[in-house]
Structures are given as structure tokens and as C-alpha cells.
Design a protein around this ligand. Structure first.
Ligand SMILES: *[C@@H]1O[C@H](CO)[C@@H](O)[C@H](O)[C@H]1NC(C)=O
Ligand SMILES: *[C@@H]1O[C@H](CO)[C@@H](O)[C@H](O)[C@H]1NC(C)=O
Ligand SMILES: *[C@@H]1O[C@H](CO)[C@@H](O)[C@H](O)[C@H]1NC(C)=O
Ligand SMILES: *[C@@H]1O[C@H](CO)[C@@H](O)[C@H](O)[C@H]1NC(C)=O
Length: 510
């Protein structure tokens, strides 16, 4: 009797397993978040020559030079985007101007005016999109796999808050880069914690600095072994079939001679971002894990570039009750500008275009919180939703369940990429705002922020090259010290507090 019962139990377990496998083949999700480009800027022209189903541009999209009454001069969207320097505006205030113009609903009419308030030529720059042949990697990925043409950044503001949403479905009330909070570390739970609770592995493969360390939990000792140098480990782990269930790739945020930045942020050359995407794709394509992998490529925010799709502002839930700072007291109740999102898997039908999600709520949209929401479903995590936002965001697990067997026609190699920028990079120039934030975080990891000689504005005087060396050194010291502390038996939920290398030196010599 007992034997029969056991038999029955194991049979039903087998049945459940195969049933689940048939429903959902993905075991590894790879996420690559690039920087600061809108959908229309990168992919808008693909409607015309790549796939007419895409909600892209026709060239009839125009913005007035002045959105106040009486202005009749306009600039329309063109297809001659190239190398961009300087960087268009994308702070919370800038984006509000771009989205609303001088009205009260998102009319996407103020991009030109906002840009011209920064500099004359910038207003033409923000109204330019790439011809598909200038972003050849995306052109082939859009032809072969899935493009999302209604995916928004989570807040109408800058990089860090949007990056926080990708892994935690909230920015914990930040609408900008809040230095103190970045230093303390953001306290909210992340999708990484959910994986950990469910005994699943994750890894962050970074080029010069893992921005996921902005989350306080990610600094805990128990995660010290989850951070890997991209150059040393990514291809190796992919070849060996050892990529973790959630694999995060962090591009290079510093532009150096011989090692160009590949995050696509202006003034960095988009061609280098294309090369990174090509390398990641070809590596996964050749991996024994290929048949169970989903690669997600998205952009943190639109970077000040024009997009014609109105940003959603109805029934968008505040994630966690936090409200933005004065003077706007943003309620986190509308989304940011549409950004490019492309998904790749051998289980995706060729030429898929995904628009609005089917639920879970009538007004649900795809936005960055869709990533943790879908990972929860794909990997079967029993953890709760992270916030009200990922509970609301559309999920995209259906794109990998439409075929009965994996495709065998996916290209092994993508086209070659030609550089757009003709000048050599200047690694001696000052830092962008984002780069100085990385230096500030590095100073915290390193213990240098306690030094009064290095106040909040560490990095103001650094060049790109110096900053790169500083952050690389800081993160490797921090991870080494954390691993050392584990060996010494420290509690794995604690965080190493480093003494400044400068004070250490002075105490040794003094
Ligand atoms: C704009 O308006 C001014 C005065 O109303 C007029 O003279 C001018 O021709 C108009 N320009 C265009 C491009 O329509
Ligand atoms: C702006 O554009 C004009 C004409 O294309 C060019 O002559 C000028 O150098 C540009 N200015 C800047 C600051 O790039
Ligand atoms: C992206 O834009 C934000 C402002 O919205 C800026 O602070 C940040 O520096 C940009 N990202 C990078 C990598 O430079
Ligand atoms: C993926 O599946 C296809 C079709 O079943 C098979 O031909 C191919 O060898 C598999 N690739 C890997 C890396 O397992």
C-alpha cells in the first residue's frame, strides 16, 4: 500500500515537471540595461524598412520651437542621427517639460523647446533617429526576435531611479540621484533577494563597476561571490553552461582609449554598445544554455531624445507609499518616456512585435518593473511581489511559450559594426553626473567618504581615466575584504565597513 502510494506520488511529480517544462522552457534570464536613448531615436525608423507592425515614426512627428501660444516654427523627426555630444537633458524637470510642453497632459511636444533651452543645436539632435543600417545589430535582432514597442521607463526622470526599478520595482522615493541614499545604500528588497530566498543563483558581470551595489542588500557578505569581472568570467561561464538563473551584465560606463564605453550614453559611441550586444548574443548563442535562455535588452531612460508615444498617466500605482522630494512631491503615478526593449530567445517567433500587455490590470503597461514581475513567474519564485508596481506591470512570459520546439534557424553571428565617432576619445575630460555618482559610491565602499578632504563631491576633480581606476580599485578592495570576512566566519548578512586606504596608510606610517 505504501509502495503504491509512493509510486503514485512520484508519477504525479514527473507529470507536473514535464507539464511545467512544456509551458515554460526558460531557466536563465540575462538582463542588459543600456543608457539614455528613446525608442524613436534608436528603433523608430524600423517601422518603415524593417517591420511595418512597429509603432515607429514616419517623419511627420514635429515639435514647436516654442510651446507657448503663437509659436509656429517646428522641427520634425529626421533619420540622420549619428554620434551625439553633448548630452540632452533628462532630469525630472527636463522630462516634465519634454512630455507636457506647456499643457497638462503628456503631448510629447516639449522636446525641442527643452533642448533649445540647453543649447541651440541640441534641439535638432533630439529630433533625430538612427537609420536601421546604423544600428545593424538591433536591426537583425528586431528581424529575428521580439521588439517591444510600448515599454516605458518606470519614472519620468534620470538613470539611477530607473535602474533601481529594474531590480526592485521602486526607487524608494528618489526622483533623482540622491547622494546620501546612494551612499547608505537603498534599503528595499530586490529580485536578487527573491532568488536567494528561493535557493536560485544570480550573478552580476560588470565591466568597471556594478551599479547594483546601490542596493544596500547587495553589499552583504553573502553576495560577495555573486560579482564577476565580465571580461574574465562571462564567456567562460557561458561556455561551461554555468550562467546563473539571473545573469546581469553591466556595460562599461567609462570611455577609455582602447576600452571604449559601451553603455550608449552620449557622448559614447552607439557603435560600441552594438558591439557589446553582438558579443553577448553570440556568446549565448554558442552556449550549451542557449535553449533555456532569455536575453532582455532595455534602456534605463530616454536620455532627452524625442519619442512620440504619450507617457501613461492613468491608474499607475505608487509602488510603496514613498513620495518624491519638494518642490514636485512626485507621487510615482505616471511612467517615463518609451524606451527600446528587445528580447531574444530561440523560443521567440521570428519578427515578433509586442505592444500593450494583457493585464494583470486593465491599465497595466510594460515598464522596468515588468522584469522582476516576469522573472518571478518564469523562475516560479514563491516570494511576494516586491512592490505594488511589479504586481501591476505587464508580464511577457507568453513570448517564449508560443513555439512547440526551439528554433534552429537563429543566426550564430550578427553583422559587423562600423564606428560612428571619428574622433579619439578624451579620457582626460571631467566626469558626467552619473560617473561622479559611481565615484561617490566607490568612495563609500572604500571608506574614503569619511575623510573630510573627500566630501560629497569626490570625483569633481578626477578625469575619466582617474575615476575609472579609482572605482575599479574600490570595488575590488571591497569584494576582497568581504570574501576575507567570510573566511574569518563573519555573519553573512553583515556589510563590510572599510577604513579609508588613506587613513590606513597614515596610521601605518604615522
Ligand atoms: C509664422 O508666423 C509668422 C507670423 O504669424 C509668419 O510671418 C510666418 O510666415 C510663419 N512661419 C511659418 C513657417 O509658418
Ligand atoms: C551648430 O550648428 C551649426 C550649423 O550646423 C554649426 O556651424 C555650429 O558649429 C554648431 N554649434 C555647436 C556648438 O555645435
Ligand atoms: C543618463 O542620464 C542621467 C540624467 O538623467 C545622467 O545623470 C547620467 O549621467 C546618464 N548616464 C550616464 C551613463 O552618463
Ligand atoms: C537546442 O535545440 C535544438 C532543437 O532541438 C537542437 O538542435 C540544439 O542542438 C539545441 N542546442 C543546444 C545548445 O542544446
Amino acid at each position: 500500500m505504501r509502495a503504491i502510494l509512493l509510486n503514485f506520488l512520484s508519477l504525479s511529480a514527473v507529470f507536473l515537471l514535464t507539464h511545467q517544462q512544456q509551458q515554460q522552457p526558460i531557466k536563465t534570464v540575462v538582463v542588459l540595461v543600456m543608457e539614455n536613448r528613446s525608442f524613436d531615436h534608436l528603433l523608430g525608423w524600423m517601422k518603415k524598412s524593417v517591420n511595418p507592425l512597429i509603432n515607429g515614426v514616419t517623419g511627420e512627428e514635429c515639435n514647436s520651437v516654442s510651446t507657448e501660444a503663437g509659436g509656429n516654427e517646428t522641427i520634425c523627426f529626421s533619420d540622420d542621427a549619428g554620434y551625439v555630444d553633448p548630452d540632452p537633458g533628462h532630469s525630472f524637470e527636463d522630462v516634465a517639460k519634454q512630455v507636457f510642453g506647456s499643457g497638462f497632459i503628456p503631448s510629447m511636444s516639449g522636446f525641442v523647446e527643452q533642448a533649445s533651452s540647453m543649447s541651440q543645436n541640441l534641439s535638432e539632435t533630439v529630433m533625430k533617429g538612427f537609420r536601421p543600417e546604423n544600428v545593424p545589430i538591433y536591426t537583425s535582432l528586431v528581424q529575428e526576435f521580439a521588439v517591444f514597442d510600448r515599454w516605458f521607463s518606470s519614472i519620468p526622470g534620470p538613470t539611477q531611479p530607473n535602474r533601481l526599478f529594474v531590480y526592485s520595482a521602486t526607487s524608494h522615493g528618489s526622483t533623482s540621484h540622491v547622494i546620501k541614499q546612494l551612499a547608505l545604500g537603498y534599503p528595499q528588497n530586490t529580485i536578487f533577494d527573491s532568488l536567494d530566498e528561493n535557493f536560485l543563483d544570480f550573478g552580476v558581470y560588470f565591466k568597471n563597476f556594478p551599479t547594483t551595489l546601490f542596493f544596500r542588500n547587495m553589499r552583504k557578505l553573502k553576495y560577495a561571490f555573486k560579482f564577476h569581472q565580465y571580461d574574465l568570467k562571462f564567456k567562460k561561464d557561458a561556455r561551461g553552461g554555468k550562467l546563473p538563473s539571473l545573469t546581469v551584465i553591466e556595460p562599461s560606463y567609462f570611455d577609455l582609449i582602447g576600452f571604449p564605453a559601451d553603455d550608449d550614453h552620449p557622448s559614447h559611441d552607439v557603435a560600441n554598445g552594438q558591439k557589446l550586444v553582438k558579443e553577448v548574443y553570440e556568446t549565448l548563442r554558442a552556449s550549451p544554455q542557449w535553449n533555456e535562455t532569455l536575453l532582455i535588452i532595455t534602456y534605463d531612460e530616454h536620455g532627452g531624445f524625442y519619442d512620440h508615444v504619450q507617457t501613461p498617466f492613468v491608474n499607475v500605482p505608487n509602488p510603496d507609499g514613498n513620495i518624491g522630494p519638494s518642490p514636485y512631491f512626485f507621487k510615482f503615478d505616471r511612467l517615463g518616456v518609451r524606451v527600446p526593449t528587445i528580447m531574444i530567445s530561440t523560443w521567440i517567433k521570428k519578427g515578433t512585435v509586442v505592444s500593450k500587455p494583457n493585464g494583470p490590470y486593465p491599465d497595466s503597461e510594460f515598464e522596468h518593473s515588468s522584469i522582476p514581475a516576469t522573472i518571478k513567474k518564469l523562475l516560479g519564485l514563491s516570494s511576494n511581489f516586491l512592490t505594488r508596481r511589479d504586481a501591476w506591470a505587464g508580464t511577457f512570459d507568453h513570448i517564449v511559450t508560443e513555439l512547440n520546439s526551439p528554433r534552429t534557424d537563429c543566426p550564430e553571428v550578427l553583422p559587423d559594426v562600423v564606428p560612428l565617432r571619428r574622433t579619439e576619445t578624451n579620457e582626460h575630460k571631467g566626469l558626467s553626473e552619473f560617473q561622479s555618482e559611481l565615484v561617490q559610491l566607490a568612495a563609500v565602499l572604500n571608506g574614503d567618504h569619511f575623510l573630510s578632504s573627500i566630501p560629497g563631491d569626490t570625483g569633481k576633480k578626477m578625469t575619466v581615466k582617474q575615476a575609472h581606476e579609482y572605482v575599479k580599485g574600490a570595488v575590488s578592495r571591497f569584494l576582497e575584504a568581504s570574501k576575507e570576512a567570510i573566511k574569518l566566519g563573519a555573519d553573512k548578512s553583515t556589510i563590510v565597513n572599510m577604513r579609508s586606504s588613506l587613513t590606513t596608510r597614515s596610521s601605518v606610517h604615522g
